[in-house]
Design a protein around this ligand. Structure first.
Ligand code: CDP
Length: 752
């Protein structure tokens, strides 16, 4: 028996102190004697035949130890495993006969310093014969296939529901349109990187990855090596947002170069390489038709998506999640969807913050606002009238929403932001010739996909607790939140608990961290392991105290007898007894450990309501974001300070996506936004105060009641901002704008 003390407390992050002191050890900080450095020669063409690669000068350059071209690594591929039946083309490590995108690896140079490797890479001279480039996903299916093994550029074509049934609905309200979801770059603070060392045929790979155990499985396949001979170690990591759930060509090349040279080899991605080759996010266009009654109640919706897959498939991608929540927080009696994925000669698209859910949300939230305008019913009221109210709820896209209470969250938002007052002020400002706008967004998202979590909890003979988890913190604060969870179960403090992760020699299990699963699954596994340990500790303490196990309470660092505060024995004594066979109850095994597997019932569905107010300057098209309000519900909150930090980050990313961020290619597939000078991330100066509120609707899918929180802002705020800007431009008859809302686009909408 224990009482919750730390769960729900805004504890400061235990991991921050060393990171803020500069004592973190990121991949590029790792220094191993004799390490050589790898640089990649990349294609300047988006599509070309590769004729010959002249490496003579590079090989003779100072400090160069190795040059590899496609011929040297022919047959070697990076995951995912090629699946011709599902059109997953192979990912060769280096191009042999063809390059498929600007930035495709063509050769690598390994030298004694990173600078010498890069200089020598400039001395590799590939010969190309340019081919026609598929740079526009809209026309990709009309172009010759970029993968010679396939007869067209279709990567997938899947659908559900009955579009004809939606088309047959009589109305009276019908809205049709399209919504662009521009390509964006994950841009974590720390780019990718790898450091490989071979020893007697065993590989140790230091890798910035979100999923070390899964990547060890992938590597075992790609290298045809038993998994036991592969150890992946993840150092401190400066973020990922989905972009490091992959084993890329470069990382495989580091491994191969280290194998050939017999010394450690390292590669750290440059920012330009990140822009060129990382899995970009979004890259969809949705066409839709929605039918509603005169009161704004939705009757039907179809959404047809064009998904730009890029040149190759990454390990994971977002589109499968889009149709599942394509009807948003609303009851839509008739729903149909189609997703056409196309190959292009552009960087592959992968998972990025929310992956698939931001796209679903932006489209349905544009639909709702258009229905509101067509019916004359206030956008907040249209949302309320259509809300799902009974849970569990099976969406027509095939998701089962665990819990929700959308109306309460909307009420809280409208009241906190003084929605009625905002509308009154908007009328006054409009009368004075200004262009103020108010935008709403309701979202429901899906988090915690893979059902399982596992944790091992060990208590040593002096009572120190070590929890090994299969999740992978890369900025989220798991060392703090998991310690809070475990401390409560054992009656200890978070400082008594060490949380270990990221070394497959120690922790060969786990799905890592993606899709906001860590709190729900990792946290629940840690809790279960701690409970198993607590039960054994209670049996041991009961034996020592001559009490019944059920009467033992673990609290304040002691095992006490219920009802007698201050009684009993210190935790360290329980731990010592656990390791001393002479002091154990009869039949009890020595040691104090538990290996706990957690199986959730299914996915969790966090939700929220966001509101943005903007003012548009008619002469310039500049959008000023005035107010941001976010009501988010992630079930039970483990650490409100950390959850708020996650929400801030997501909101900043969503604001960037709404206002400035966009990957731009020219018609030849050249990347025009390959640095932070051209690709505009928002800075703190562009962010208004972020006003956070919340409701708590615990999930029944895990004993903590937790749902994921990390992606909320990136999903909820972009639709609120675009709805606000379209609202501001209502006097000009503007009923839609695509992201990002850069001044030129907004100005053109105003000035026709
Ligand atoms: O899987 P990932 O850590 O990226 O996402 P998450 O599960 O949404 O958790 C992000 C951070 O917020 C973690 O430190 C969680 O422990 C914390 N969190 C929380 O305090 N309460 C929740 N209900 C969900 C997450």
């Amino acid at each position: 028996m224990t009482a919750a003390r730390y769960l729900g407390q805004p504890l400061l992050r235990r991991e921050d102190e060393p990171l803020l002191r500069g004592a973190g050890r990121y991949l590029d900080d790792l220094r191993l004697a004799g390490t050589l450095h790898l640089a990649v020669v990349r294609s300047p063409f988006a599509h070309a035949r590769l004729l010959e690669v002249d490496t003579a000068e590079a090989a003779a350059a100072p400090g160069v130890a190795l040059v590899l071209t496609g011929a040297d690594v022919a047959g070697m591929v990076a995951p995912p495993k090629s699946r011709p039946d599902r059109r997953v083309p192979p990912r060769p490590l280096l191009a042999t006969d063809r390059v498929l995108m600007v930035g495709d690896p063509v050769a690598v140079v390994v030298a004694d310093t990173p600078a010498r490797a890069r200089d020598a890479a400039d001395l590799v001279f590939p010969d190309y014969d340019p081919l026609p480039v598929v740079a526009d996903p809209e026309t990709a299916t009309d172009q010759p296939p970029i993968h010679p093994d396939y007869d067209d550029n279709v990567a997938f074509d899947r659908s559900g529901g009955d579009r004809a049934a939606v088309d047959a609905l009589p109305g009276p309200i019908v809205v049709e349109g399209s919504v662009a979801h521009p390509r964006v770059v994950p841009a974590p603070l720390e780019p990718r990187g790898a450091l490989a060392i071979w020893h007697d045929g065993d590989l140790t790979l230091y890798l910035g990855t979100q999923a070390p155990a899964l990547m060890a499985d992938e590597l075992a396949w790609a290298l045809d090596l038993p998994k036991e001979r592969i150890r992946i170690v993840v150092p401190d990591m400066g973020g990922a947002f989905g972009s490091k759930f992959d084993l890329a060509e470069e990382e495989m090349l580091v491994i191969e170069a280290a194998r050939r040279l017999g010394v450690p080899v390292k590669w750290v991605e440059t920012r330009r390489e990140h822009f060129l080759t990382i899995g970009h996010g979004r890259a969809q266009r949705h066409a839709y038709k929605a039918v509603a009654d005169a009161d704004g109640r939705l009757q039907g919706l179809w959404v047809e998506s064009l998904v730009d897959v890029g040149a190759r498939k990454r390990y994971l991608s977002g589109p499968p999640y889009t149709p599942r929540i394509g009807t948003g927080n609303y009851v839509v009696p008739a729903y149909a969807w189609r997703q056409l994925g196309v190959f292009t000669n552009l960087a592959p698209t992968g998972i990025y913050r929310g992956a698939g859910r931001p796209e679903a949300t932006l489209t349905i939230e544009r639909v709702i606002d258009r229905v509101a305008r067509a019916t004359g019913v206030d956008p907040a009221e249209v949302r309320r009238r259509n809300f799902v109210t009974e849970f569990p709820y099976e969406s027509p896209g095939g998701a089962v929403f665990d819990t929700g209470d959308y109306a309460t969250a909307l009420d809280l938002l409208l009241e906190a932001a003084d929605y009625a007052g905002l509308r009154a002020r908007q009328r006054e400002q409009r009368a004075a010739g200004r262009l103020p706008g108010i935008g709403l967004c309701a979202y429901v998202e899906a988090t915690a996909f893979e059902r399982f979590g596992r944790a091992i909890v060990d208590v040593d003979a002096v009572g120190r607790v070590r929890v090994r988890v299969g999740t992978l913190d890369h900025g989220q604060g798991h060392r703090t939140t998991f310690a809070q969870i475990v401390a409560d179960q054992l009656g200890l403090t978070p400082d008594d608990i060490d949380v270990a992760q990221g070394d497959t020699a120690d922790i060969p299990f786990g799905f890592g961290t993606s899709g906001s699963r860590s709190a729900a699954h990792g946290g629940s596994a840690a809790r279960g392991g701690a409970q198993d340990v607590a039960a054994k500790a209670a049996r041991i303490a009961a034996h020592l105290l001559e009490a019944a196990p059920d009467d033992i309470v673990l609290t304040g660092g002691r095992a006490e007898v219920a009802g007698s505060p201050g009684s009993g024995i210190p935790w360290v004594e329980v731990a010592a007894a656990a390791h001393d066979p002479a002091r154990l109850p009869p039949g009890e095994e020595p040691g104090l450990s538990a290996d706990h597997q957690f199986d959730s019932g299914g996915i969790t569905f966090p939700f929220g309501m966001h509101l943005a107010t903007v003012e548009v300057e008619a002469d310039t098209g500049v959008v000023t974001l005035d107010q941001v309000w976010a009501v988010d519900d992630c079930g039970t909150v483990i650490n409100p300070m950390i959850a708020a930090g996650q929400r801030h980050g997501g909101l900043a990313q969503g604001i960037g996506q709404a206002l400035t961020e966009e990957v731009v290619y020219d018609g030849d597939g050249n990347l025009l936004t390959s640095s932070f000078l051209d690709y505009l991330l928002p800075t703190a100066a562009q962010l208004p105060p972020l006003r956070l509120l919340g409701t708590v609707t615990p999930s029944p899918q895990n004993p903590l009641g937790a749902k994921g929180v990390a992606e909320a802002g990136a999903i909820g705020i972009p639709p609120a901002i675009v709805n606000a800007v379209v609202d501001a431009l209502e006097p000009f008859g503007v009923d839609h704008l695509d992201l990002p809302l850069r001044p030129e686009r907004v100005w053109r909408a105003i000035h026709g």
